[in-house]
Write a protein that binds this ligand. Structure first.
Ligand SMILES: NC(=O)c1ccc[n+]([C@@H]2O[C@H](COP(=O)([O-])OP(=O)(O)OC[C@H]3O[C@@H](n4cnc5c(N)ncnc54)[C@H](O)[C@@H]3O)[C@@H](O)[C@H]2O)c1
Length: 420
């Protein structure tokens, strides 16, 4: 689907009609998204839901302060789905919950803002695309750079051919947080935390703070480390420049945990992935536990064309021309400063809930970007060069890689099954 196309014949709502939201997963980014939504006219938070009562209590106070009315509080998202007054949900849980909750929301007739990466596996992303389309829901994936004017302008600039032939995109993200927290012993589940509900479909294990709030990202059962966490934002931009709508021709990768042995993490602290595309190459690199990177930037993208390189991250972009006979190959040295773009992205979602149009980052985009980043991890975990068969939805006869397409859900949770 193309952003802006009609999602359903459901009634279009005027700007005067109230949209009632629920937030599921309130501690971090989810609440940031809710704050942006509440800046939009006629948007109300009707409910908050979290499995940690202390997080929930704090966010209830914060929300009432913003809107003057207390929302309902829930600890079980299934009850949120039963509430017919709720039009749409924001999913701000860890990644391993995104698929199940998103599909439950679609089935309950609610629109969705699901944080990135769209899911913690390729198989779940495929299901989410089907669910959004089957139930005609407006689903925005939290890859907010799509809503950023400086990202949009850079894409336009490059698509106009100003860099010359674009042959390679280098993408990198070096962040300290990627090595996780210091190792600590398991402990009893803190009072007020429904840890079984936090684990949900993930395997049972005892409670440990180093793999709970915030730090879950570095464990395969809940996240995919830097490449899926930060990587989706940047890989999205590496694909968007050429409006890529296909899965990679092939993916080769290397990675390991070489360092930070006193920190708790499973995902790779050091990793390089090379994506063979139809007419260019994308190279991903991360060094967790470091904050320096190429071009003196801890993260970013360098789009390398025959005539110039465009360098970009959230701070802005600039063009560095190639030289020929001592002269710049392109006369114009363009640049633009940047910023954070959650507000524009949330605004686009709310407007699309009213207009019933597809938002700027629909499920197909969320799915494709997540697939690229998960493929990087799977290539390293299986020590194999990967090709994705987008018809069979598998890695051909690579049994080890096929085994990582879809997680096994822990009972009583079941992988959602429905006819598309
Ligand atoms: N778009 C962005 O720029 C951006 C930035 C940061 C995080 N994120 C994404 O946002 C999501 C949340 O990340 P975070 O850093 O806020 O994580 P977090 O661990 O700080 O917060 C997650 C919250 O979800 C709650 N939760 C877990 N299971 C739940 C369930 N079954 N029902 C209700 N609540 C549940 C937890 O108790 C916690 O309060 C992730 O998917 C992450 O990738 C996006």
């Amino acid at each position: 689907m193309i952003p802006g196309s009609f999602v359903s014949a459901a009634p279009i709502r005027s700007a005067n009609e109230k949209i009632r939201l629920a937030l599921i997963g309130c501690r971090g980014m989810g609440f940031g998204i809710l704050e942006q939504a509440l800046k939009q006219p006629n948007v109300e938070c009707a409910a908050l839901c979290d499995i940690d009562e202390s997080v929930l209590a704090r966010r209830m106070i914060d929300t009432e302060k913003i809107q003057g009315i207390a929302p309902l509080d829930y600890t079980d998202f299934r009850k949120v789905m039963e509430n017919k007054d709720i039009d749409a949900v924001i999913i701000g849980t860890p990644d391993h919950w995104h698929c199940y909750i998103m599909i439950a929301a679609c089935e309950a007739g609610k629109d969705v803002y699901v944080e990135k990466p769209m899911a913690n596996s390729i198989g779940e992303c495929e299901l989410m695309v089907k669910a959004a389309r089957k139930y005609n829901r407006v689903v925005q994936v939290g890859q907010q750079q799509r809503s950023g004017p400086h990202w949009q302008n850079a894409m336009e600039y490059m698509r106009s051919g100003k860099l010359g032939q674009l042959r390679k995109v280098q993408v990198w993200a070096n962040f300290n947080y990627g090595v996780g927290q210091p190792i600590v012993p398991d402990e009893p589940v803190p009072a007020g935390v429904d840890f079984n509900m936090w684990l949900g479909p993930a395997p049972h294990r005892s409670f440990n703070r180093s793999r709970f709030h915030g730090s879950w990202r570095m464990f395969w059962d809940y996240g995919g480390g830097l490449i899926t966490d930060w990587g989706v934002h940047l890989m999205d931009m590496a694909l968007w420049v050429k409006n890529v709508d296909y899965t990679p021709v092939s993916v080769a990768a290397s990675g390991a945990n070489f360092s930070f042995k006193n920190n708790a993490h499973e995902t790779f602290d050091t990793m390089s992935v090379s994506y063979q595309m139809k007419d260019y190459i994308i190279n991903w690199d991360h060094v967790a536990g470091a904050q320096n990177g190429p071009w003196n930037k801890s993260y970013g993208l360098a789009y390398i064309g025959n005539d110039a390189t465009l360098l970009i991250n959230r701070d802005g972009w600039e063009v560095i021309p190639e030289k020929e006979n001592g002269k710049n190959k392109i006369p114009e040295v363009a640049k633009q400063s940047g910023g954070e773009h959650h507000q524009q992205h949330v605004q686009n979602w709310i407007e699309c809930i009213r207009s019933r149009k597809d938002p700027i980052c629909p499920v197909e985009t969320g799915r494709l970007t997540a697939l690229y980043t998960h493929m990087g991890n799977i290539a390293v975990r299986t020590q194999s060069q990967l090709k994705w068969n987008d018809v069979a939805k598998n890695f051909g006869n690579n049994a080890a890689a096929n085994g990582l397409i879809m997680p096994k859900y822990r009972a009583p949770w079941k992988i959602p099954v429905f006819e598309s």
